[in-house]
Design a protein around this ligand. Sequence first.
Ligand SMILES: C[S@@+](CC[C@H](N)C(=O)[O-])C[C@H]1O[C@@H](n2cnc3c(N)ncnc32)[C@H](O)[C@@H]1O
Length: 401
Amino acid sequence: MKAPTDPASVLVYPPALERGVVEAVHALAPRSTEGEAIDRVIPAARALSDLFTVRRPDVFPDYAADAMMRFAYGLYFAPQTWVRTRLALAEALEPRPRALGADGRVRVLDLGAGLGTAGLASAHLLRARFGATSVRLVAVDRSAAALAALTAQVASSADLVGLDVVPVVGDLVRLDALPAAAAGPFDLIVVSFALNEAFPPGDDAAARAWLAALATRLAPTGVLLVVEPALHATATRLRTLAAPLAEAGTLAVLAPDLHGRIAAPHPDPRFVDHEVRRWALPESVKRVNRILRRSLDELTFSFVALSPTPAPPWPETPRRVRVTSPFGRLKGRRAFTSLDTTGARPTFDLLERTLSDDDETRVRAIERGDHVEILDCRPLGEPGWSRLPGPDAVRTAWRPT
Ligand SMILES: C[S@@+](CC[C@H](N)C(=O)[O-])C[C@H]1O[C@@H](n2cnc3c(N)ncnc32)[C@H](O)[C@@H]1O
């Protein structure tokens, strides 16, 4: 598959933003080549990566206060955050379009914004793809250094020109103590990789009450987007926190589940609801990753997108399901698990002998998270399994582009 290059694509980190960081890094070591200058940031990128994954301390250090760590974030993590956020936001807004904001004026709140990448990615997408003519981005974080870097980036980047950024240094847990700028109503509230940090596991009642309080800061058609790591514990916790809000009718689920609520976990514990998506890896990320060797060909994360106003029901035909596993190979057949518009979890299989080379390419392109239409199938003996008579019985209905 040819990687997309259009900066409006959900899957692309805008080359101009990548360039901005590469040039800033190069300016630190002007006598090196650009590549060598990038290499100097690798130790900081490794330290940050360990912090986010293996170390995960109870209290995160203020990494944005250290210039090298900031550059490491900008080079290596910002592109990942950018694309992850847009994948989730696009799925919340695109298959069942909803207009955010009045007359194209959109208000976004980014809680635990850090350097602001999730809020910026959302604002950029809303302008490029969803009709926003102006965006006001309120970014809340306890790190004044991070918010100062965000303000500086917006001031110096042509791709972000015209964004109205309001930095708010404060504790996101204490919503009522935040200044009026954070009170809303907002058309979009983004919480990216901050929920588990602000509400460590064990604090579920407080986290749930906080999410419910955010609902009151949304415009009626507004969206609350929470993105978390793909780890079993975080992905499961996110769904456990969101499920009662949906059951109580406080917020409806726009995505990833298709039926407005959170489905019960798959009966087979090997299947965990999380996202795995191919993306257009920027060259500078590739360069850092030659040394760090993290698996980055695919982005992994979990998310929920919620709103006080449910999305309209899906048309009954053709039958739509969301793919929740790879289209995997099993002894002469291909199979994928899915979530359907009733909250059920059907599995579909297809005999390999029905696939031509072209079909093979098409089937291989179907990814976890795609919405597909099932045009024909028959139940198999195994409960919950159905057989597609051939590759034409499944058709992609929505995928991020
Ligand atoms: C892992 S970073 C994620 C940053 C950004 N949202 C992203 O996705 O790239 C978590 C951020 O949440 C902030 N944070 C955590 N707990 C917070 C709290 N109680 N109040 C304000 N900010 C908090 C941290 O300062 C940090 O910038």
